[in-house]
Design a protein around this ligand. Structure first.
Ligand code: ZN
Length: 165
């Protein structure tokens, strides 16, 4: 994705209030990237363990989504779970169910979209092999890196559409 500034990031959020947007903690050193390896910028709020954020380019604009971490997937060390964006499998709580309040009327009525995501939201790095899941749960696939990136972006785009749609 293209490098973004703090201002861009804070202005991108579609599903939380202006006050929340102002208060949320940005990732440390985010300005340093690695942008070329990112399909989206995702992070956990260092000051609020149940909050996570995801900012992606969507239809040529930047869309930021605030997420609530609703379960930490603590289903025992040996159980495996899979991220629904990057399809990396993790053991021992490396995937969590996160929910995003939908925008507009649906959100006001309390509707949200739930998604199983890598707890550190580093999907882009797992896909590119820049970060390894503990226990290395990557399923051997015959896809090229490019195909995996395309798939991750398609999953991401479908998720963003569900939140803003
Ligand atoms: Zn992931």
């Amino acid at each position: 994705m293209r490098p973004v500034t703090e201002r861009d990031l804070r202005a991108s959020f579609v599903n939380c209030s202006k006050g929340e947007t102002k208060r949320l903690n940005l990732p440390k050193d985010f300005a340093e990237g690695p942008w070329e390896d990112l399909d989206f910028l995702g992070w956990r709020d260092p000051g609020a363990p149940d909050r996570a954020y995801l900012v992606a380019e969507h239809d040529d604009r930047l869309v930021g989504i605030a997420l609530r971490v609703t379960s930490n997937g603590s289903r025992g060390f040996t159980s495996r779970s899979m991220c629904s964006l990057c399809l990396t499998t993790h053991t021992g709580g490396g995937v969590a169910l996160m929910s995003a309040r939908r925008t507009g009327e649906a959100g006001r009525q309390g509707n949200s979209v739930g998604q199983y995501l890598c707890v550190d939201l580093a999907c882009s790095l797992y896909v590119r092999g820049k970060k390894q899941a503990p226990g290395d749960g990557v399923i051997t696939e015959s896809l090229t890196l490019e195909e995996k990136v395309v798939r991750t972006r398609a999953n991401l785009s479908a998720f963003v559409d569900k939140v803003i749609g």
